[in-house]
Ligand binder design. Structure first.
Ligand code: PMP
Length: 309
Protein backbone atom coordinates (compact mmCIF):
# COMPACT_ATOMS: atom_id res chain seq x y z
CA UNK A 1 0.00 0.00 0.00
CA UNK A 2 1.10 3.58 -0.68
CA UNK A 3 3.12 4.88 2.25
CA UNK A 4 1.06 7.51 4.09
CA UNK A 5 3.09 7.70 7.32
CA UNK A 6 6.33 6.33 8.78
CA UNK A 7 4.97 3.84 11.31
CA UNK A 8 2.05 1.54 12.01
CA UNK A 9 0.94 -0.10 15.24
CA UNK A 10 0.59 -3.82 14.46
CA UNK A 11 -0.25 -6.55 16.99
CA UNK A 12 1.23 -4.67 19.90
CA UNK A 13 4.35 -3.25 18.25
CA UNK A 14 5.12 -0.06 16.40
CA UNK A 15 6.86 -1.00 13.15
CA UNK A 16 7.83 0.77 9.89
CA UNK A 17 4.88 1.23 7.50
CA UNK A 18 6.46 -1.02 4.84
CA UNK A 19 6.82 -3.95 7.25
CA UNK A 20 3.14 -4.02 8.25
CA UNK A 21 2.18 -6.75 5.78
CA UNK A 22 0.01 -9.89 5.78
CA UNK A 23 -0.01 -13.10 3.72
CA UNK A 24 -2.28 -13.49 0.66
CA UNK A 25 -4.05 -16.33 2.49
CA UNK A 26 -5.24 -13.91 5.19
CA UNK A 27 -8.84 -14.89 6.08
CA UNK A 28 -10.09 -11.30 5.88
CA UNK A 29 -8.98 -10.91 2.27
CA UNK A 30 -10.99 -13.94 1.21
CA UNK A 31 -14.09 -13.48 3.36
CA UNK A 32 -14.23 -9.84 4.46
CA UNK A 33 -13.76 -10.87 8.10
CA UNK A 34 -12.59 -7.57 9.53
CA UNK A 35 -14.06 -4.82 11.68
CA UNK A 36 -12.64 -1.35 11.66
CA UNK A 37 -12.97 2.30 12.62
CA UNK A 38 -12.28 5.65 11.05
CA UNK A 39 -11.26 8.24 13.61
CA UNK A 40 -9.98 11.79 13.27
CA UNK A 41 -7.64 13.90 15.34
CA UNK A 42 -7.64 17.68 14.99
CA UNK A 43 -5.09 20.30 15.93
CA UNK A 44 -6.93 22.54 18.39
CA UNK A 45 -5.69 25.94 19.58
CA UNK A 46 -6.07 25.24 23.33
CA UNK A 47 -5.22 21.58 23.77
CA UNK A 48 -3.09 20.87 20.70
CA UNK A 49 -3.80 17.65 18.84
CA UNK A 50 -6.97 15.95 20.11
CA UNK A 51 -8.68 12.72 19.09
CA UNK A 52 -12.39 13.27 18.47
CA UNK A 53 -14.74 10.89 20.33
CA UNK A 54 -12.10 8.24 20.93
CA UNK A 55 -14.13 6.29 23.52
CA UNK A 56 -17.13 6.00 21.21
CA UNK A 57 -15.04 4.79 18.27
CA UNK A 58 -13.25 2.16 20.33
CA UNK A 59 -16.53 1.03 21.83
CA UNK A 60 -18.03 0.64 18.34
CA UNK A 61 -14.98 -1.38 17.26
CA UNK A 62 -15.58 -3.79 20.12
CA UNK A 63 -19.34 -3.82 19.38
CA UNK A 64 -18.63 -4.73 15.73
CA UNK A 65 -16.26 -7.48 16.91
CA UNK A 66 -18.87 -8.80 19.34
CA UNK A 67 -21.47 -9.15 16.60
CA UNK A 68 -19.00 -11.29 14.63
CA UNK A 69 -17.80 -13.19 17.72
CA UNK A 70 -14.31 -11.91 17.04
CA UNK A 71 -11.89 -11.96 19.99
CA UNK A 72 -9.78 -8.84 20.17
CA UNK A 73 -6.79 -9.73 22.36
CA UNK A 74 -6.50 -6.20 23.81
CA UNK A 75 -8.59 -4.09 26.15
CA UNK A 76 -10.33 -0.91 25.08
CA UNK A 77 -7.85 1.08 27.18
CA UNK A 78 -4.90 -0.62 25.48
CA UNK A 79 -6.23 0.23 22.02
CA UNK A 80 -7.01 3.82 23.07
CA UNK A 81 -3.41 4.16 24.19
CA UNK A 82 -2.08 2.47 21.04
CA UNK A 83 -4.10 4.88 18.91
CA UNK A 84 -2.56 7.83 20.70
CA UNK A 85 0.93 6.29 20.56
CA UNK A 86 0.85 5.88 16.79
CA UNK A 87 -0.15 9.53 16.29
CA UNK A 88 2.74 10.58 18.50
CA UNK A 89 5.22 8.23 16.83
CA UNK A 90 4.32 9.68 13.42
CA UNK A 91 4.54 13.22 14.88
CA UNK A 92 1.15 14.11 13.40
CA UNK A 93 -0.70 17.31 14.25
CA UNK A 94 -3.94 16.24 12.63
CA UNK A 95 -4.72 12.73 11.47
CA UNK A 96 -7.14 10.19 10.12
CA UNK A 97 -6.73 7.02 12.15
CA UNK A 98 -7.71 3.56 10.97
CA UNK A 99 -7.84 0.80 13.60
CA UNK A 100 -8.73 -2.60 12.14
CA UNK A 101 -9.20 -6.03 13.71
CA UNK A 102 -9.20 -8.94 11.28
CA UNK A 103 -8.91 -12.69 11.02
CA UNK A 104 -5.48 -13.47 9.63
CA UNK A 105 -3.81 -16.84 9.59
CA UNK A 106 -6.67 -18.88 11.06
CA UNK A 107 -6.81 -21.52 8.34
CA UNK A 108 -8.75 -21.83 5.10
CA UNK A 109 -12.49 -22.06 4.94
CA UNK A 110 -15.23 -19.99 6.49
CA UNK A 111 -15.30 -22.24 9.55
CA UNK A 112 -13.78 -19.74 11.97
CA UNK A 113 -12.36 -21.54 15.02
CA UNK A 114 -14.45 -20.37 17.97
CA UNK A 115 -11.36 -19.32 19.90
CA UNK A 116 -9.77 -17.49 16.95
CA UNK A 117 -8.05 -14.26 17.89
CA UNK A 118 -8.08 -11.22 15.67
CA UNK A 119 -4.97 -9.41 14.54
CA UNK A 120 -5.11 -5.68 15.11
CA UNK A 121 -3.40 -2.79 13.40
CA UNK A 122 -3.73 0.97 13.74
CA UNK A 123 -2.56 3.33 11.02
CA UNK A 124 -2.53 7.12 11.42
CA UNK A 125 -1.83 9.55 8.60
CA UNK A 126 -2.77 12.97 7.26
CA UNK A 127 -5.98 13.03 5.23
CA UNK A 128 -7.85 16.07 3.94
CA UNK A 129 -11.56 16.56 3.31
CA UNK A 130 -12.94 13.23 1.97
CA UNK A 131 -15.47 14.75 -0.44
CA UNK A 132 -13.16 17.72 -1.15
CA UNK A 133 -12.74 21.25 0.28
CA UNK A 134 -15.01 22.53 -2.49
CA UNK A 135 -17.84 20.21 -1.37
CA UNK A 136 -17.52 21.39 2.26
CA UNK A 137 -18.29 24.91 1.03
CA UNK A 138 -20.58 24.50 -1.95
CA UNK A 139 -22.04 21.05 -1.48
CA UNK A 140 -21.74 17.73 -3.22
CA UNK A 141 -23.90 16.55 -6.11
CA UNK A 142 -25.40 13.24 -5.03
CA UNK A 143 -27.37 10.56 -6.84
CA UNK A 144 -29.70 7.87 -5.52
CA UNK A 145 -28.13 4.51 -6.17
CA UNK A 146 -29.79 1.71 -8.07
CA UNK A 147 -28.32 -0.52 -5.34
CA UNK A 148 -30.27 -0.89 -2.09
CA UNK A 149 -28.45 -0.89 1.21
CA UNK A 150 -28.10 -4.26 2.97
CA UNK A 151 -31.44 -5.56 4.23
CA UNK A 152 -32.06 -6.12 7.93
CA UNK A 153 -30.95 -9.54 9.12
CA UNK A 154 -28.77 -10.19 6.07
CA UNK A 155 -25.54 -8.44 7.00
CA UNK A 156 -25.75 -6.22 10.05
CA UNK A 157 -25.16 -2.58 9.07
CA UNK A 158 -24.76 -1.78 12.76
CA UNK A 159 -21.35 -3.44 12.57
CA UNK A 160 -18.60 -1.55 10.79
CA UNK A 161 -17.33 -4.68 9.07
CA UNK A 162 -15.04 -4.91 6.04
CA UNK A 163 -17.52 -7.02 4.05
CA UNK A 164 -20.21 -4.32 4.29
CA UNK A 165 -18.04 -2.05 2.20
CA UNK A 166 -18.71 -4.08 -0.94
CA UNK A 167 -22.17 -2.49 -0.76
CA UNK A 168 -20.58 0.96 -0.27
CA UNK A 169 -18.24 0.35 -3.21
CA UNK A 170 -21.13 -0.46 -5.56
CA UNK A 171 -22.93 2.70 -4.43
CA UNK A 172 -19.87 4.94 -4.69
CA UNK A 173 -18.62 3.58 -8.03
CA UNK A 174 -22.05 3.85 -9.65
CA UNK A 175 -22.39 7.43 -8.42
CA UNK A 176 -19.07 8.46 -9.92
CA UNK A 177 -19.85 6.64 -13.18
CA UNK A 178 -22.95 8.84 -13.43
CA UNK A 179 -20.96 11.98 -12.67
CA UNK A 180 -22.04 12.41 -9.03
CA UNK A 181 -19.73 13.17 -6.13
CA UNK A 182 -21.44 10.63 -3.87
CA UNK A 183 -24.16 8.00 -3.96
CA UNK A 184 -27.06 7.58 -1.52
CA UNK A 185 -28.73 4.21 -1.03
CA UNK A 186 -32.34 3.46 -0.18
CA UNK A 187 -33.13 0.65 2.22
CA UNK A 188 -35.12 -2.45 1.16
CA UNK A 189 -38.36 -0.61 1.97
CA UNK A 190 -37.44 2.25 -0.36
CA UNK A 191 -36.67 4.79 2.34
CA UNK A 192 -33.45 6.76 2.49
CA UNK A 193 -30.70 4.79 4.19
CA UNK A 194 -27.26 6.40 3.93
CA UNK A 195 -24.48 7.49 1.63
CA UNK A 196 -21.64 5.14 0.72
CA UNK A 197 -19.83 6.35 3.84
CA UNK A 198 -22.06 9.03 5.37
CA UNK A 199 -25.30 9.44 7.28
CA UNK A 200 -27.93 11.82 5.89
CA UNK A 201 -29.91 14.71 7.37
CA UNK A 202 -32.81 16.32 5.48
CA UNK A 203 -34.05 19.79 6.48
CA UNK A 204 -37.37 21.40 5.59
CA UNK A 205 -39.13 24.35 7.24
CA UNK A 206 -36.55 24.39 10.00
CA UNK A 207 -37.18 20.76 11.03
CA UNK A 208 -34.23 18.40 10.76
CA UNK A 209 -34.92 14.74 9.98
CA UNK A 210 -32.52 11.84 9.87
CA UNK A 211 -32.97 8.19 9.05
CA UNK A 212 -33.70 5.92 12.03
CA UNK A 213 -31.30 3.13 12.99
CA UNK A 214 -33.77 0.67 11.45
CA UNK A 215 -33.12 2.06 7.94
CA UNK A 216 -30.04 -0.15 7.46
CA UNK A 217 -27.54 2.49 8.53
CA UNK A 218 -24.28 2.47 10.38
CA UNK A 219 -25.21 4.54 13.45
CA UNK A 220 -22.57 7.16 12.84
CA UNK A 221 -20.70 8.92 15.58
CA UNK A 222 -20.79 12.11 13.50
CA UNK A 223 -24.56 11.56 13.15
CA UNK A 224 -24.77 11.57 16.94
CA UNK A 225 -22.56 14.67 17.07
CA UNK A 226 -24.74 16.52 14.54
CA UNK A 227 -27.91 15.57 16.46
CA UNK A 228 -26.40 16.82 19.71
CA UNK A 229 -25.14 20.09 18.19
CA UNK A 230 -28.41 20.77 16.32
CA UNK A 231 -30.39 20.27 19.56
CA UNK A 232 -27.98 22.63 21.29
CA UNK A 233 -28.77 25.18 18.56
CA UNK A 234 -32.47 24.75 19.40
CA UNK A 235 -33.60 22.66 16.43
CA UNK A 236 -36.07 19.82 16.53
CA UNK A 237 -34.61 16.55 15.29
CA UNK A 238 -36.80 13.75 14.04
CA UNK A 239 -35.58 10.21 13.52
CA UNK A 240 -38.04 8.95 10.94
CA UNK A 241 -38.36 7.09 7.66
CA UNK A 242 -37.64 9.54 4.86
CA UNK A 243 -39.05 8.88 1.39
CA UNK A 244 -36.92 9.51 -1.68
CA UNK A 245 -38.91 12.55 -2.82
CA UNK A 246 -38.26 14.32 0.50
CA UNK A 247 -34.72 14.82 -0.80
CA UNK A 248 -36.05 16.59 -3.89
CA UNK A 249 -38.27 18.86 -1.76
CA UNK A 250 -35.78 19.60 1.03
CA UNK A 251 -34.57 23.11 1.81
CA UNK A 252 -31.19 21.65 2.78
CA UNK A 253 -29.50 18.26 3.02
CA UNK A 254 -26.28 17.43 4.76
CA UNK A 255 -24.11 14.30 4.80
CA UNK A 256 -21.86 13.50 7.68
CA UNK A 257 -19.19 11.03 8.69
CA UNK A 258 -15.74 10.98 10.19
CA UNK A 259 -14.11 11.17 6.75
CA UNK A 260 -16.76 13.43 5.12
CA UNK A 261 -17.19 15.58 8.28
CA UNK A 262 -20.26 17.81 7.71
CA UNK A 263 -20.82 18.28 3.98
CA UNK A 264 -23.79 20.05 2.35
CA UNK A 265 -25.61 18.38 -0.55
CA UNK A 266 -26.09 20.68 -3.55
CA UNK A 267 -28.31 18.42 -5.65
CA UNK A 268 -29.89 14.97 -5.67
CA UNK A 269 -30.47 13.18 -8.99
CA UNK A 270 -29.80 16.50 -10.73
CA UNK A 271 -32.54 18.32 -8.76
CA UNK A 272 -31.16 21.34 -6.89
CA UNK A 273 -31.72 21.11 -3.12
CA UNK A 274 -33.44 24.32 -1.95
CA UNK A 275 -31.47 27.27 -3.29
CA UNK A 276 -28.44 25.03 -3.90
CA UNK A 277 -25.02 25.24 -2.29
CA UNK A 278 -24.74 25.38 1.49
CA UNK A 279 -27.95 26.25 3.31
CA UNK A 280 -28.08 28.44 6.47
CA UNK A 281 -28.86 25.64 8.98
CA UNK A 282 -26.18 23.40 7.47
CA UNK A 283 -23.74 26.31 7.80
CA UNK A 284 -24.73 26.81 11.44
CA UNK A 285 -24.20 23.11 12.24
CA UNK A 286 -20.98 22.99 10.23
CA UNK A 287 -19.61 26.06 12.06
CA UNK A 288 -20.48 24.51 15.41
CA UNK A 289 -18.90 21.19 14.38
CA UNK A 290 -15.62 22.71 13.14
CA UNK A 291 -15.82 25.10 16.09
CA UNK A 292 -15.02 22.12 18.34
CA UNK A 293 -11.61 22.02 16.67
CA UNK A 294 -10.89 25.72 16.16
CA UNK A 295 -11.83 26.72 19.70
CA UNK A 296 -15.14 28.47 18.88
CA UNK A 297 -17.38 25.69 20.27
CA UNK A 298 -16.94 24.76 23.90
CA UNK A 299 -16.42 20.99 24.29
CA UNK A 300 -19.15 20.48 26.88
CA UNK A 301 -19.34 16.81 26.14
CA UNK A 302 -15.69 15.90 26.72
CA UNK A 303 -15.39 14.69 23.16
CA UNK A 304 -11.75 15.70 22.78
CA UNK A 305 -8.84 13.60 24.05
CA UNK A 306 -5.51 15.44 23.99
CA UNK A 307 -2.68 13.46 22.36
CA UNK A 308 0.42 15.35 23.51
CA UNK A 309 -0.12 15.83 27.25
N1 PMP B 1 -22.28 5.09 7.20
C1 PMP B 1 -21.29 4.38 6.64
C2 PMP B 1 -21.60 3.26 5.72
C3 PMP B 1 -19.95 4.72 6.94
O1 PMP B 1 -18.95 4.04 6.39
C4 PMP B 1 -19.69 5.79 7.80
C5 PMP B 1 -18.27 6.19 8.10
N2 PMP B 1 -17.72 5.41 9.11
C6 PMP B 1 -20.76 6.48 8.37
C7 PMP B 1 -22.05 6.09 8.04
C8 PMP B 1 -20.55 7.60 9.35
O2 PMP B 1 -20.08 7.09 10.55
P1 PMP B 1 -19.14 7.94 11.52
O3 PMP B 1 -19.78 9.27 11.67
O4 PMP B 1 -19.11 7.18 12.78
O5 PMP B 1 -17.82 8.04 10.84
Amino acid sequence: AKQLADYIWFNGNIIPWKEATVHVMTHAIHYGSSVFEGVRAYNTPDQGTCVFRLQEHTRRLFDSAKIYRMNIPYTMDELNQALIDIIVKNELKSAYIRPIAFFGDIGMGIKVPLDAEAEVSIAAFEWGAYLGEEALKNGVDAGISSWNRLAANTMPTGAKAGGNYLSSQLISMEARRHGYGEGIALDRNGYISEGAGENIFVIRDGVISTTPKTAAILPGITRDTVMTLAKELGYEIREENIPREAMYLADEILMCGTAAEVTPVNSVDGITVGKGGRGPITKEIQDMFFGLFNGKTEDKWNWLTPVYK
